[in-house]
Write a protein that binds this ligand. Structure first.
Ligand code: NAI
Length: 243
């Protein structure tokens, strides 16, 4: 039980990697708040995960909505030990065709959303004497990816924010790290054409895409006491797709 009696907020946990993380954290004894925009998926995720899970609807891009999330968690659970900033969206288009709206929507969720959630949670972590913040970058942010000007910009920014927060919050007992998943089998990736997926598998030395549980295990490690001297780090979990 590596997270016994911890309280974790996982954004975007109604689906994909976030859901796998919720499942994994609960297996290790944590209580998990499924903080997601999608109400139907969130309610059904909480039902499937049982008594150790609570769904709170949130739009991470909206400051008031995030304030409400954190207030609800504090009211019901009394504290937040772990925040996993996992919610993310794509609005892909090559640079010549990307609209202002596509660019801004991705920034609002993937970047401003992470800022909102972390800023609202840290006063409670500081008051409690510590905590764990885990952000989600991407192989696209580290190496770039055609059609993902907006997404790659946010995911590269996550690396910089993670390092900055590690410098600012370390003295408060808050560990801050990031995970950079490679292409992982979730709805976000399954939307891609099969020929693109086959090409993606072929360039991974492990010859497969990641599973949501592969990424969830990295979140778990960084959320656990085993990683207490890992700080400001971006852990690549990508089958070495790029080296
Ligand atoms: P997904 O699309 O399966 O799940 C994302 C979840 O975020 C959904 O439940 C959605 O409702 C929620 N969400 C979207 N906008 C939101 C908002 N404004 N407020 C609250 N929740 C919101 O995505 P997936 O694949 O599980 O991705 C999780 C994270 O991993 C994302 O940050 C993504 O960028 C990152 N990632 C994913 C990769 C992949 O190959 N699947 C690769 C690298 C990074």
């Amino acid at each position: 039980m590596r997270l016994n009696n911890k309280v974790a907020i996982i954004t975007g946990a109604a689906n994909g990697i976030g859901y796998a993380a919720a499942e994994r954290f609960i297996e290790e004894g944590s209580f998990v708040v499924i903080a997601d925009f999608n109400e139907d998926a969130g309610v059904s995720a909480a039902e499937q995960l049982g008594d150790q899970a609570l769904f709170v609807q949130v739009d991470v891009a909206d400051r008031e909505s995030v304030k409400n999330l954190v207030a609800t968690v504090i009211e019901q659970m009394g504290r937040v030990d772990i925040l996993v900033n996992n919610a993310g969206i794509t609005r892909d288009a090559v640079l010549t065709k990307m609209t202002e709206d596509q660019f801004q929507q991705v920034l609002d969720v993937n970047l401003t959303g992470v800022f909102h959630c972390t800023q609202e949670v840290i006063p409670h972590m500081i008051a409690a004497g510590g905590g764990k913040i885990i952000n989600t970058s991407s192989v696209s942010g580290v190496y770039g990816n055609v059609g993902q000007t907006n997404y790659a910009a946010t995911k590269a920014a996550i690396v910089g924010m993670t390092k900055t927060w590690a410098k600012e919050l370390g003295r408060k007992g808050i560990n801050v790290n990031a995970v950079a998943p490679g292409f992982t089998e979730t709805d976000m990736v399954k939307k891609m054409p099969e020929n693109v997926l086959a090409q993606m598998r072929s360039v991974v030395p492990l010859q497969r895409l990641g599973t949501p549980r592969d990424i969830a295990n990295a979140y778990l490690f960084l959320a656990s006491d085993e990683a207490s001297y890992v700080h400001g780090h971006t852990l690549h979990v990508d089958g070495a797709i790029m080296m």
